[in-house]
Design a binder for this molecule. Sequence first.
Ligand code: NAG
Ligand code: NAG
Ligand code: NAG
Length: 513
Amino acid sequence: MDFCLFCLSFLLFFNFPTLHALPPNIVLILADDYGFHDIGYHNNGFIKTPNLDGLASAGVKLENYYVQPICTPTRSQLMSGKYQIHTGLQHGIIRPAQPNCLPLNDPTLADKLSDAGYETHVIGKWHLGFYKRPCWPTNRGFKSFFGYLNGGEDYYTHNLALQFISQRWHGLDFRDNLEPAANYSGIYSTHVFAQRAQQVIEQHDQQKPLFLYLPFQAVHSPLEVPEKYIEPYKSIVDKNRRIYAGMTTCLDEAVGNITGSLKKTGLWNNTVLIFSTDNGGQVIAGGNNWPLRGWKGSLWEGGIHGVGFVSSPLLPDDVQGTINRELIHVSDWYPTLVEGIAGWTLKGTKLDGYNVWQTISQGISSPRTELLHNIDPLGAPLQPKPPLTLEPPIPSCNFTFPSKFNVSTRAAIRYKDWKLITGNPGLGYWIPPPESGLQPVIPVVPEGKCVWLFNIKDDPYEVYDLSDEQGNVVKDLLDKLYEYQQGAVPVHYPDQDPRANPALHNNVWDSWE
Ligand SMILES: *[C@@H]1O[C@H](CO)[C@@H](O)[C@H](O)[C@H]1NC(C)=O
Ligand SMILES: *[C@@H]1O[C@H](CO)[C@@H](O)[C@H](O)[C@H]1NC(C)=O
Ligand SMILES: *[C@@H]1O[C@H](CO)[C@@H](O)[C@H](O)[C@H]1NC(C)=O
């Protein structure tokens, strides 16, 4: 009886949308490799992002917001609501020829929002695997897909070329749903994606709520943008920085065009817009994370402390225009969107994310006090060499501590204000933006060092390592890491498969199983 009463109230609440206003539309914009320093409101407007700044200052800026250090990991947590230790994607990205994808057994964020009645579209970069069709976005909860499957490519030709052992592989990676779309060659991807997003918005059936996921190619390398966007930055001497600034302004213009369409169609007044980077900026490709330490790929704050904000006319007046300093993580969007915004159920879904909608919309404390940044038993992925004279230190770990956690393992965890890092965290320089005229600061790392402890609230730039003074905190956090590790699934990082060669698929990147 009780059960059926529950069913009834459940059905009444969720299945008769005509009795209720539609749940909000959700537009989730993910910029690629967008540095912490590189949004107007973090750099005094040096890089011009008027549309993003306007949306952020009318919304809630997330200033204690975390993502993962690289592409696939962030996207996997966004789509699954789970830490990488629970999907097997702990190590690195999914490489073009790797037969790997986000595990198929659990519903994605898009599956859940589809169940909740949303029209779901993804426009841009997928990077969650494509070696067989079940991995493709249109089989992971999206009604439509327009974009590319790999992690990066040329912005104009939409071709991805790479060296595979002794072979040169190249192929088109651009799709309109399942079909290769060769006729966008020569058109810059930020324009293509913005235009398609505007089209989806304009053609949207307003009887249904919209979920539009926009993982832009910008501002990832290669450094390419139409010349006119570089014009305002002629005075930047550093070439990479100059082009990157132009790419950023173009992305900003795209966001302006998209919000323009939302307003024109009347959708905006029932829309929540979320903007996030996928990881820290890539310093050798124009990005910058100053004053944070480290960069893309590292477990230092520069790799994972992301730029992000939420903007919506639905936010109460008293949070509009505020800065939120509660701990929020990219894995939190799944439950926040499904339960917090869409009002749908998460029953039966096992997640690592928290519903932080009240934290964002009402400013209450975050339910998240702990954050596993990652445990990667395979160690540091290869990092690009910085244009600097010294290589990152590779610790030959000689730390001993009464914990079962092996501290040579690359890992990091946050608990309240504490952050513990073990193993090789990646490059830990403080790198100011080239326009500042300041020189990078290269820390002296003692031989054999592989454990660091910081109080991130007091020391957001990770200057004062407290691991010697705070032995109890170190031990507690190592024990927590050990516990997480006990619940981890094995890393799935298969060998690359020569059958992925686009030459075998009409010079198009396609599934091969
Ligand atoms: C590309 O071709 C598709 C399918 O014919 C068409 O809908 C689309 O408008 C074309 N786009 C461009 C930019 O030519
Ligand atoms: C934004 O819209 C304007 C006007 O249609 C267009 O000229 C411009 O190329 C668009 N920009 C982007 C990035 O889509
Ligand atoms: C939202 O916009 C639509 C169309 O312009 C309008 O009919 C509706 O009243 C607006 N709703 C609110 C809450 O302002």
